[in-house]
Ligand binder design. Structure first.
Ligand code: FES
Length: 93
């Protein structure tokens, strides 16, 4: 289990560093998950603000909706991961 879904706020997200996954909630009740490893130089992304996943190393930003690049230097999207949210808990499939 990654953790309680209550840890992932709407329009925000949470990075699970050990599991290397970032979970977002761009729409209330709809959770998304992506690898947390930046496609630029493989730093781990640091935070999610206003539906943007932000890498602290060089400032790349990715969409919290689909993982696409919103701002470089990264050029490749974050790959999606599959999660299950049930009974208030998030599990990586
Ligand atoms: S490693 Fe993420 S922006 Fe460079």
């Amino acid at each position: 289990m990654l953790g309680p879904s209550a840890d992932v706020a709407v329009h925000s997200g949470k990075v699970y560093t050990t599991e290397q996954v970032v979970v977002t909630q761009p729409v209330a009740g709809s959770f998304k998950a992506f690898t947390s490893i930046c496609t630029h130089k493989q730093c781990q992304v640091g935070s999610v603000e206003n539906d943007q996943i932000i890498c602290p190393c060089h400032g790349s930003r990715y969409s919290a909706v689909d993982g696409s690049v919103l701002k470089g230097p990264a050029t490749l999207p974050l790959a999606p991961k599959t999660i299950t949210v049930a009974a208030g808990k998030i599990t990586l499939d």
